[in-house]
Design a protein around this ligand. Sequence first.
Ligand SMILES: [Zn+2]
Length: 90
Amino acid sequence: MYLWNLTDISVKPDHQLLNDSEWHKAHKAIAAWKNAPAANHACPRCDAPGLAFADHSVRPYAEWYKLSCSKCGLDVTMHLPLAPTPGASV
Ligand SMILES: [Zn+2]
């Protein structure tokens, strides 16, 4: 059985750099970016347009997104764990 060693991943979640409001806005920004990658999304910290996204996901284990803003210097990695949907058939 193959086990993925998560300690080998060099990119670590950095959400402690975001306050609660920024964390919520960042999640919304990622969802909006998934639906419209070419749109101009706002920074969760300074609201400036032009938030940059980089997908560092290791599917199907986790989604990781690096968010950066050239205006305020925001540079964080968001970790979204993937889990089976309760009740979903496999
Ligand atoms: Zn910003």
